[in-house]
Ligand binder design. Sequence first.
Ligand code: DLL
Length: 433
Amino acid sequence: MKIYDKKTETMSRRSMAALQLKRLKEIVKYAYDRVPFYRKKYDEAGVKPSDIKTLEDIRKLPFVTKSDLRDNYPYGLLAVPVSDLARIHASSGTSGKPTVVAYTKEDMEDWTECVARLVVAAGGRSDDIVQICFGYGLFTGALGLHQGWERIGAAVIPASTGNSERQIMLMKDLGATALVATPSYALHLAEVMEKMGISPDEMKLRVGMFGSEASSEEMHREIAEKLRLFPTDNYGLSELIGPGVSGECEYKCGMHINEDYFYPEIIDPTTLAPTDGSDYGELVLTSLTKKSMPMIRYRTKDITKIDYSPCKCGRTTARMAKLKGRTDDMLIIKGVNVFPSQIEGVLLGFSELGSTYQIIVTREDYKDKLEVKVELADDSIVGDYGALENLKNRIHHALRTVLQIDAKLTLTEHMSLARSEGKAKRVFDMRKY
Ligand code: DLL
């Protein structure tokens, strides 16, 4: 398989560390000299750019969080004048103002290179026709992937989201060979395709780049089977760049991090102590090159671990595991930590179930209640009480084994739960704290 930037992506760990250290020293000084926010933060912490002598010295620097971006809305963290910007994106906040992120011309070039590497790692080729089903707009996903695919010479169909039947018509008529979407939307497209009576054999799809929300291995297997393509998981976040931080290669054993651009650390989310990354913890990322808005020790809230061993594909870049969840979407139900991904893993293990589900948490008489609503894969057993009860019991037992708590289980008819075209909303925590 091809490697886009062989020199960097296969460099020795030692050379990578040297490159990272050089860039880290530069970016810390750059941020300190140009962004009053960093100067104040570092002065208060009693640390100077010249204190960064080794990579471990990064631990002397304070963290940055999403609320720092919010407090400095919209341009407070810029290290360049607004006139030097080439692009502005924003990610929708859960409340109030969006998080604004900006790029200089140089940042745009770095971003495009990062995504191009991941496109090639995912199996993308210059003769591909790629249908991009992310929402075009302020969201970084669509334009980010668009640029990367264009860079490798592919033809891009900027289909955006919406109107799934039309998406499928375009995919078929234009002969799309690659699909870019959220994994939940990819599955939805597969369902609509089936409903339209179109078989995946009539399509030319061969690779799929999915990301921007969590997806389990089981979900990827289902997408691969239904759309007959090779799926990869891809990770990124607007604050750092958008898509392009990391992505899977053909061996699907973790997402290769573009480590010369993003320095990863894993911390214990409660004590904030750095770890060696071999166990799950919170990912902290530092942009080593970003000129517009340097992000130094940004707490992503995403939970993963890092493997530094070389990969069979030849790349030497560290690989982050599929996300286990976010520190802020971890549910505490009856005092037990529950990750939505654990529930998804159980549900996808049952072939009788579809892949659309909802997790609903309520509180009655001060007691937490967990309900899992999940669709049947088809309606073949809807009228068969015995078969339904048997299935329910087996799922209930499997959920209890994994979660250690009881969940009320509701099986619903195929295609009865709401679909989303962007990131799927699956967790409904109705408790009032
Ligand atoms: O979702 C960037 C992106 C676009 C990545 C397209 C990949 C493909 P935001 O909208 O800022 O940026 O959301 C970032 O989404 O902190 C994670 O919690 C989640 N996320 C992103 N990729 C994955 C993934 C884009 N592969 C937030 N698996 C991140 C699980 C993901 N969660």
